[in-house]
Design a protein around this ligand. Structure first.
Ligand code: NAD
Length: 709
């Protein structure tokens, strides 16, 4: 056991338990911690000199939540042990917190910094909660975001504290609150300057208000606003919450449904039973497939990417004061905004001053939106805009620490601007191209310094999309890769490093989804059915909506460019005929010209373009394939491409691969073979996955999260 909780009793009988895990930047909850915490509480409870207890942390944050990395072990245990054993393990921390709030002595939590997940659940089990004020202090229960629920009382104490409706909004959205917001919603009692935090906690403990009983342990307790199937308020809330949840998730995410059940069932019974109900639902999530896959993709693999696990060693960390942005169109303007919002000066170049100013105006609109939503102060917004310098003058690039090019997707235009920039920039400056599809190795041929040339591929809208794809050309140096990764980190995005193949990874991957949707249109499947199948499959938008967002003309241009580059070797997808009809024949480019698979009225919501029925007549309803088959096609088309990328050597980590493990390689291959027979050879499984199926292998180790229950 490590020594991570210090214990000190002052002359007034106040015991302070300070959590400070050695060798960790943040306190996290794992099995060792739970044992130590229990021992510390038992000590304070049995120490006759102790009249009250303060729980706080010795780090800049309070407790960050469960140790999701150590959680792999817990997940494995939950899936392999007998249910009763697994439930016992899951209840351990919850039981310790129940012991804390019923220990008979008043307990105050001094929240000195961020308290999330299990960290905030500790605070909830204290009789009094005071938080230090501070911009960086965040409070909340974000478990739902990795497919889990607060398993140590969060789903029980929060509704008992603030009522069911506000509790659901907190638990289902996983939002972070500031200390002030937490106070005004009734989650904590007070917010004070950090310097007064411990004194305030002690004041409460030594005041007549200090009470060692939680509200829900009082005889007369009632859930604020009411609870139960006979209470009209509660019933209304659950009816609405259920409907809203299904509208958003299409039933693909078990965690929010489990949270609803915990709150609905748990608030109708005494808290001890409520906590057992919560633990059972928590265990059901650990034993399911979604939470382990989400934790792996969104936390473990994303964490590795954010920590730049693929950064070449031994190259000093790069810093960025000023960058050059070539092209102030849709992408260039948004990237300039992102860089400026991270404190970096941006020289924003376009062909004319007017075009460059237009790019800055886009940033201005984003600032205005953020200020009106109070996500940014007026002052910060002005400072951000002052960092963007629109111009046509390449000399402004002389001092730039990094260059990004986002001019038209044309080899010639890109070659011209890279030459003009290289004539001015420092010999060491790295040049990144935001091309969507043109291979970096061939674009670098226009450069006199191909070792400093790299792909840095953003996604639209760049101010929102967290991912940046980095593409290494044949001659790209380790240094260019390291500096580019440093830049992506400096603008707080997540990098993935991919191969320099046509379409890299993400465009290919999205293209498969869009393409399969377009092929369905040619088969006479109605657009609304296709779109709903995409959403039911768990995608945020349908394939035709995504085609509109990324622009149909771009898809068409990519087809043309590939045809020109590959000649007879090119096997166009049946989706090309749809792009041809939509863009080449009808000029419908997508959201950008307000005409695509959808219509985009100036006011009001987009809706599917009625003309689709005429261009792509539907076959009779009796001939439509089942929704399950459509879902499978949309998901498998992408997963197969991920396998092909792996076969070609791309270092890819994430969702589709986990999905194949979950289904099992053998079943996946058999289903793909069946789809290939029915719909064409694009569904034929590559050799890699066939071999794995034959050998009974999985992509991720079986002993870890991929283990099937
Ligand atoms: P866009 O047409 O909106 O913007 C291109 C800008 O480049 C225009 O403002 C144009 O005036 C400017 N430009 C053209 N020639 C120039 C020159 N010689 N010197 C300076 N400026 C010049 O296009 P976009 O959608 O922003 O795409 C730009 C690049 O980003 C393309 O390579 C595209 O493939 C890539 N990309 C696009 C998306 C997307 O979703 N649209 C996503 C990722 C990457």
């Amino acid at each position: 056991m490590t020594n991570s909780i210090s214990y000190a009793v002052d002359s007034d009988g106040i015991a302070t338990l300070t959590i400070d895990q050695p060798d960790k930047s943040m306190n996290v909850i794992g099995a060792d911690f739970v044992e130590e915490f229990k021992a510390a509480i038992d000590r304070a409870t049995s120490d006759a000199a102790v009249k009250g207890i303060i729980i706080t942390s010795g780090k800049s944050s309070f407790v960050a939540g469960a140790d999701l990395i150590a959680m792999e072990g817990m997940i494995h245990h939950s899936r392999s042990a007998a249910a009763s054993e697994a439930l016992k393990a899951v209840l351990q921390f919850s039981n310790v917190l129940r012991r804390l709030e019923t220990c008979g002595k008043p307990v105050a939590c001094a929240i000195n910094g961020t308290a999330l997940g299990g960290g905030f659940e500790i605070a909830l089990a204290c009789h009094y909660r005071v938080s230090a004020d501070g911009e960086n202090v965040k409070i909340g229960q974000p478990e739902v975001q990795v497919g889990l629920l607060p398993g140590a009382g969060g789903t029980q104490r929060i509704p008992r504290l603030i009522g069911i409706m506000p509790a659901l909004s907190l638990l289902l959205e996983g939002r972070h609150l500031s200390p002030q917001q937490a106070k005004s919603s009734g989650l904590i009692h007070d917010v004070v300057p950090a310097s007064r935090l411990l004194a305030t906690a002690k004041n409460w403990l030594t005041s007549p208000n200090a009470k060692a009983v939680q509200p829900w342990d009082e005889k007369s307790f009632k859930v604020p606003g009411g609870a139960g199937g006979m209470n009209p308020n509660a019933v209304q809330t659950f009816i609405a919450a259920n409907a809203m949840l299904h509208d958003k998730t299409f039933g693909n995410y078990p965690a929010p449904t489990a949270i609803l059940s915990c709150v609905y069932e748990g608030t109708q019974v005494p808290i001890d039973l409520g906590l057992r109900i919560e633990a059972k639902y928590f265990l059901s999530l650990l034993r399911g497939d979604v939470a382990p896959n989400m934790i792996r993709s969104l936390f473990i693999n994303k964490g590795k990417a954010d920590k730049l696990s693929r950064r070449p060693q031994g190259i000093p960390k790069a810093h960025f004061k000023k960058i050059g942005m070539l092209g102030a169109g849709l992408m260039g303007a948004a990237i300039a905004y992102v860089a400026a919002s991270n404190g970096i000066e941006v020289v924003l170049i376009d062909q004319t001053q007017e075009a460059a100013e237009k790019g800055k105006n886009h940033a201005r609109k984003l600032v205005e939106g953020a200020v009106s939503k109070r996500r940014m102060t007026q002052g910060d917004g002005e400072a951000l805009l002052a960092r963007i310098h629109p111009t046509t003058d390449y000399n402004g690039l002389a001092e730039a620490d990094y260059i990004i090019e986002a001019v038209f997707e044309s080899r010639d235009v890109k070659a011209e601007v890279s030459k003009r920039a290289e004539a001015v920039i420092k010999p060491t400056t790295i040049f990144g191209s935001n091309t969507s599809t043109l291979p970096i190795t061939s674009l670098a041929e226009a450069s006199t310094r191909p070792d400093k040339f790299i792909g840095i591929h953003f996604f639209s809208p760049a101010e929102k999309m967290p991912l940046v794809e980095i593409i290494r050309g044949k001659q790209t140096s380790d240094e260019a890769l390291a500096v580019t990764l440093d830049f992506v980190q400096a603008i707080k995005k997540t990098p993935i490093v991919v191969n320099d193949g046509r379409g890299f990874f993400t465009s290919r991957f999205c293209g498969c989804y869009i393409g399969e949707g377009e092929i369905m249109l040619t088969e006479g499947i109605p657009a609304a059915l296709i779109e709903n199948a995409g959403k039911l499959a768990g995608m945020p938008v349908g394939p035709l909506a995504l085609a509109d967002e990324t622009a149909i003309d771009l898809g068409w241009k990519i087809h043309k460019a590939t045809e020109a580059d590959l000649g007879v070797a090119y096997k166009p997808s049946p989706a090309v005929s749809v792009m041809e009809t939509m863009y080449a024949k009808l000029g419908r480019a997508g959201r950008k010209n307000a005409k695509g698979f959808y219509d985009y009225p100036e006011k009001g919501q987009k809706s599917l373009w009625p003309g689709l029925a005429e261009q792509f007549p539907s076959k009779p309803e009796t001939e439509w394939p089942s929704v399950d088959e459509l879902k499978k096609r949309l998901l498998y088309a992408q997963a197969l491409d991920a396998v092909r990328c792996m076969e070609e050597g791309a270092p890819y980590t994430g969702g589709p691969i986990s999905m194949i493990d979950t289904i099992g390689a053998a079943k996946f291959v058999a289903e793909c073979d069946a789809l290939a027979q029915k719909y064409g050879e694009r569904f034929l499984p590559p050799k890699l996955i066939r071999d794995m199926a034959a050998r009974g292998e999985t992509f991720y180790p079986v002993s870890k999260m991929a283990a099937a229950a």
